[in-house]
Design a protein around this ligand. Structure first.
Ligand code: NDP
Ligand code: 8X3
Length: 252
């Protein structure tokens, strides 16, 4: 039997910002941890089970049918989701537009945009029924400023920005808050994915930066989630002290 804590569903819980957010929210929420790496999901839920009730959902956010079925299959006691953190996403490649790979483009649009839509659609049904809820979309500084070779990743995060605004307008009458958290450089597995496991290139992204870590962003997400009911942080950008913009970084 689940205790009476509020329920948070977090996508991309198996790494980086999503994993840190899961740990950060565990003291207050019952957790639905979502990811496609079953081993990591199990490991994280084992680590958190002394702190809270945890269940896991194993799906790829790009698989619309599976997303719908898995979220639809939640037991009644888990269906009243209070907080959705749409975090799953990545960059794939860093290339001039005309040299970009179609498979990288598809991956970013399918995950960062369409995946976020599929998960949101399934969860929003419950929130509308309950006339309450809070969705936190993880955008990026890349969704505020385009940088050289960022093209399609930036486009995917600009899309998230527009989706957050659209959700906020259309869900307003259902008492659902929409917040967007836009991190700058965060040292996670992000660059390893972007650079296809090239460790040297990945490390160079953060060299001399003292970047954010997942925990920093998780604390901001927790702050956003814990504002009084009448307050909504609609959009917040979080940068490392050494980062002034997408392209201006003070490397020591
Ligand atoms: P990580 O690579 O560490 O984590 C990404 C998470 O998303 C992983 O759990 C990953 O799972 C999951 N994921 C990726 N694709 C899918 C998919 N198709 N289906 C289900 N889960 C998926 O990176 P971050 O923690 O840094 O990234 C989290 C979010 O933060 C992303 O949306 C990213 O765009 C955003 N962001 C990151 C910044 C950074 O500098 N790191 C800055 C600004 C925004 P799996 O391991 O199975 O791939
Ligand atoms: C990730 C931040 O600047 O690497 O969204 O695109 S950046």
């Amino acid at each position: 039997m689940r205790d009476k804590k509020k329920i948070a569903l977090i996508t991309g819980a198996t790494s980086g910002i999503g994993e840190s957010t899961s740990i950060e929210l565990a003291s207050q929420f019952s957790l639905i941890l979502c990811g496609r790496n079953q081993y990591k999901l199990k490991e994280l839920s084992e680590n958190l089970k002394d702190k809270t009730d945890v269940i896991t959902l194993n799906f790829d956010v790009r698989d619309q049918q599976d997303v719908k079925e898995k979220i639809g299959s939640l037991d009644n006691s888990w269906k009243n989701i209070d907080v959705l953190v749409n975090n799953a996403g990545n960059a794939h490649g860093l290339d001039l537009f005309h040299e970009g790979k179609i498979e990288d483009w598809d991956m970013m649009i399918d995950t960062n945009v369409k995946g976020l839509l599929y998960v949101s659609k399934s969860v929003i049904n419950y929130m509308i029924k309950n006339n309450k809820g809070h969705i936190i979309n993880i955008g990026s500084i890349a969704g505020k400023e385009v940088y050289q070779k960022g093209n399609i990743y930036c486009a995917s995060k600009f899309a998230v920005d527009a989706i957050s605004q659209g959700m906020r307008i259309d869900l307003n009458k259902y008492n659902i808050k929409i917040s967007q958290v836009n991190p700058g450089l965060v040292e996670t597995n992000f660059s390893m994915v972007r650079f296809k496991n090239d460790e040297v290139r990945s490390k160079s992204v953060y060299s001399g930066v003292n970047p954010l870590i997942g925990e920093d962003v998780a604390k901001v997400i927790s702050y956003v989630v814990n504002c009084p009911d009448n307050v909504n942080i609609s959009d917040i950008t979080v940068l490392a002290k050494s980062q002034a913009s997408s392209t201006v970084v003070n490397r020591n």
